[in-house]
Design a protein. Sequence first.
Length: 491
Amino acid sequence: MKLRYLLAATVGLFSQAARTQSVQKVSAYSYQLELGGVVATSSQTPFWLRTNQYGIIPLESKFGTARMGMSRQYRTDTTLKSAFDWGFGVNGVFNVTENNNKIWWPDLYVKVKLGPFELSGGNRREIFGLGDSTLTSGFVAWSGNAMPFPKIQLQTIDYVPLKFLKSILSFKASYAHGWFTVPYIQGAYLHQKTIYLRFGKPHWALRFYAGLNHQVQWGGKADYLKGTLLAQNGQLPSTFRDYISLITGRYPDDLSNDRYTVFDGTNRIGNHLGSYDFALEWQQKSYRFLLYHQHIYEDASGLAFQNFPDGLTGISISRKKNTKENILSINKLTIEYLSTLNQSGAVFDPSAQYQGTDNYFNHGQYIEGWSYLKHTLGTPFIAPGSTLKTEVQDRFKGFFFPNNQLKVWYVGSAWTLGNNVNITTRSSFSQNFGSFSYIYTPALQQFSHLLSAQIILPKVKGLTLIGSAALDHGALFPQTFGGYVGVKKRW
């Protein structure tokens, strides 16, 4: 084994600006450098070492990585608050494997704010949905599992209370246009919007949340579409009229015309996907409880809850502060259950009001479906076929996502040991049934686990040692055990 592969890292977070007392000068800038590497017993990196890392972790194990970044965040101290502020983020990742060297830019954006509103542009790490954003197994529609891609986005920075309703009702919203810069199709776009409501004043102990996110993959041109009933001469509809149609989700006026074929004429233009989200938050003096459900939809049947109970259900319990120093204590526990078995039934009837076989994340026009650069955009448990065991790939060929009917139980926890050691665990067990087209009999069972620790070195300000171990055991992914070590410095 070459020594260069003993350097590793899987996570680089560019987050926290330096803070001082409000009477002192406050810097909004932060800098970070991370070096590390992964080794594993098989040629594939374990599931929880590469999952929900924004696509920066190679599937190929035995790699080294270097990460550098800087950012400017909005000022938060009380003396320097302003209606207008600006910021940016630059995060470069250089990975070295036996077969390939690659540079990624998961963060490359600028942003400006005016009051509660923000306009941003570029690549930016984000997730969308209601739930535990730090310890989740992955939100169902947009999980942070894939590399970010260029977007222009207008959004509220946080929930905005409606004063005329005495702040009992608040809203949070976003609207974005993005570019799917992928090799298999040229000129494809993303439409994305979200709206969430919070019922309850900010100081209330009990608050209820509800909302939805809506994504549409649309437009583009590809040779594999030529000569098919999927597109006109390989070109998918991409006019402003088509854009208005997909924003509202209405059916086209014509069955077919010079812009699209009968495929779009009998369906909504574009690949639609999203989730209805619901959450109940209860805050006590020492704990915070969050109960949530994300209901997935891909068409009208999902919007009408014909695929119930498909989606992600979770509960998160957080401790607000540590009780004692130098004692191992749990700070957060998150338990989730994911089901995608229903899919509005096994029958697709074009004449019916609602069609079945929703076939999550796959799409006829976009051959790599709801993915970006080979990584799933939604829940990572619906994984690309290329990540499965060789015998599973050989036996069940066809869609980019051959396994989208599954049940998953997940437990994540966050611990502290004294003031300088942070520990995270992630464990998942899944039963995988394939799809309505390719049923796995019997179901393939899979267990994956991660134990990770970050050790803050108190004598060197901003220096952290990182160590993780993970394993995959089951019939879906290659059997593997691996780990990484790394060092991270913040300024």
